[in-house]
Design a protein around this ligand. Structure first.
Ligand SMILES: O=C(CO)[C@H](O)[C@H](O)COP(=O)(O)O
Length: 280
């Protein structure tokens, strides 16, 4: 491993261990485990606490990679739809940990670099507390600045029309993600869908808008919530890799929990060996 790669890996690990230390309590019963390379260290941090700490916990995966991580670590697992119910509703996960491709100053996220965004959103929104874990490269003032595309999960049959509509919304060159080098043809998600990566200009947050602006494509830039609302109206789009709206702990009452997709905290491993915590 080169020094730079080594530094990135150790910063992911530091962030993961700190996040687990701060947010995984021994009393917890259900814990969401996201996807990607950083989450590997989340599972490692949990295992390092020993069976006495985690034996009462059940871990909920966000796809086949995280299922493998949970199983290999010898942790007990259930799928998101297998949680016990109370009064007809599934019990909330106590916490969910996941990586991110980009995190803005308001804790909005782009996710889906690993094509797991749909189940990641299911698990994050089923949790009382969602924690993002990443290295410092993911920190950004606005989404689509460093990670320039939004991953969008689509029904394969609808892909040509979704591409057409995305272009009409100002995304210059949306493309269906290829499965290469590991698979010829398209990248197929755990749900049998495809991913479209749609480039957009850096996304605005609410405070960037003046009182007369509605967030619809000013100077070619969309405000996150407005763009998300428009994308989710397109037939054939199953889910989008924007995590936006409210943080779990802000989302009490008034149906706001439906929009609680943002983490309550993001942990960033920094190149100097520190961990920076961005709280809601
Ligand atoms: O959203 C994801 C997968 O769909 C991942 O969490 C995201 O891509 C971050 O991955 P990594 O930790 O490898 O940087």
């Amino acid at each position: 491993m080169s020094l730079a790669v080594d530094l990135i890996e150790s910063s992911k690990k530091l962030a993961a261990y700190r996040a687990v230390e701060d947010h995984l309590l021994p009393s917890y019963k259900f814990v969401g485990i996201g996807s990607g390379s950083t989450v590997v260290y989340v599972v490692e941090a949990i295992v390092s606490k020993g069976p006495a700490f985690y034996s009462g916990m059940t871990f909920v995966p966000t796809g086949s990679q995280s299922k493998g991580l949970i199983k290999t670590a010898g942790l007990s697992m259930c799928y998101v739809d297998e949680r016990p119910t109370v009064n007809g509703s599934p019990v909330a996960l106590d916490v969910a940990f996941d990586g991110a491709d980009e995190v803005d100053e308001d804790l909005n996220l782009i996710k889906g670099g690993g094509a797991c965004l749909f189940q990641e959103k299911l698990v994050a929104t089923a949790a009382n507390k969602f924690i993002a874990v990443a290295d410092s490269r993911k920190q950004s003032p606005r989404l689509c600045t460093k990670w320039k595309t939004i991953p969008i999960e689509v029904l394969p049959l609808a892909a040509p029309d979704v591409l057409r509509r995305l272009r009409a919304m100002g995304s210059p060159s949306p493309t269906v993600r290829s499965g290469l080098p590991s698979k010829a043809g398209e990248c197929v998600t755990d749900n049998g869908m495809w991913i479209i990566d749609a480039p957009f200009s850096p996304l605005l947050i609410r405070k960037d808008l003046s009182s007369t602006e509605d967030g619809c494509g000013r100077n070619g830039s969309w405000e996150i919530q407005t763009l998300a609302d428009e994308l989710l109206k397109v037939p054939g789009i199953i889910e989008i890799g924007l995590f936006y709206g409210f943080n779990g702990n802000q989302a009490l009452g008034l149906g706001k929990e439906l929009q609680a997709q943002k983490p309550v905290a993001a942990y960033f491993g920094m190149p100097d060996g520190q961990v920076q915590v961005q709280n809601a």
